[in-house]
Design a protein around this ligand. Structure first.
Ligand code: GDP
Length: 140
C-alpha cells in the first residue's frame, strides 16, 4: 500500500532566488498538507550523509557542495499517494525535461540546481523524514 507521506527540501538555489513562498503555495495548492517544516542549513558532512546513495556518481562532490552552500527548507508532506504524486508535481530531474507547470519547470535552473527534492520511495520518505525531524516535530 502506498504511504501517505513524503519528504521534500526546497534547495539552496530556490531559496536564494526567493521562491520559498511560491513553491510552498504550489505544494499546498496541489493538496499536500505540511506536517513538519524547518528552515535550516546542511553542513557538508550532513549533505554527504543525506546523499550517500549517490557517492559513486560523478556529480556527488558538486551535489554535496551545492546542498551545503546555503539554507534550505525541509518539510514532511501528507497526501494520499504522496511519494508518486509529489514526484509528478516536481517534474523530471533535469528542468529542461520537466513537464510544463511542474515546480522544477517553474523554478529550477539546471539538472544540479533543480529547486526541490522529493523522496523516490515510501521507504526513503521515512528515512529522509527521520533524518531531519524528531517524531515530536511532526504534527499529523
Ligand atoms: P531526483 O530524484 O530527481 O532528485 O534525481 P537523482 O536522485 O537522480 O539525483 C539526486 C540529485 O542529484 C538531483 O536532484 C540533482 O540535484 C543532482 N544531480 C543529478 N544528476 C546530476 C548531474 O548530472 N549533475 C549534477 N551537478 N547534479 C546532478
Amino acid at each position: 500500500m502506498a504511504s501517505n507521506r513524503t519528504f521534500t527540501m526546497i534547495k539552496p538555489d530556490a531559496v536564494k532566488n526567493g521562491h520559498i513562498g511560491a513553491i510552498l503555495n504550489q505544494i499546498n495548492g496541489a493538496g499536500f498538507k505540511i506536517i513538519a517544516m524547518k528552515y535550516t542549513k546542511l553542513s557538508a558532512e550532513k549533505a554527504g550523509e543525506f546523499y550517500a546513495v549517490h557517492s559513486e556518481r560523478p556529480f556527488y562532490g558538486e551535489l554535496v557542495e551545492f546542498m551545503s552552500s546555503g539554507p534550505i527548507v525541509a518539510a514532511v508532506l501528507e497526501k494520499d499517494n504522496a511519494v508518486d504524486d509529489f514526484r509528478t508535481l516536481i517534474g523530471a530531474t533535469n528542468p529542461s525535461e520537466a513537464a510544463e507547470g511542474t515546480i522544477r519547470a517553474n523554478y529550477a535552473t539546471s539538472i544540479g540546481e533543480n529547486a526541490v527534492h522529493g523522496s523516490d520511495s515510501d521507504d526513503n520518505a521515512k528515512i529522509e523524514s527521520d533524518f531531519h525531524f524528531a517524531g515530536t516535530e511532526m504534527f499529523a
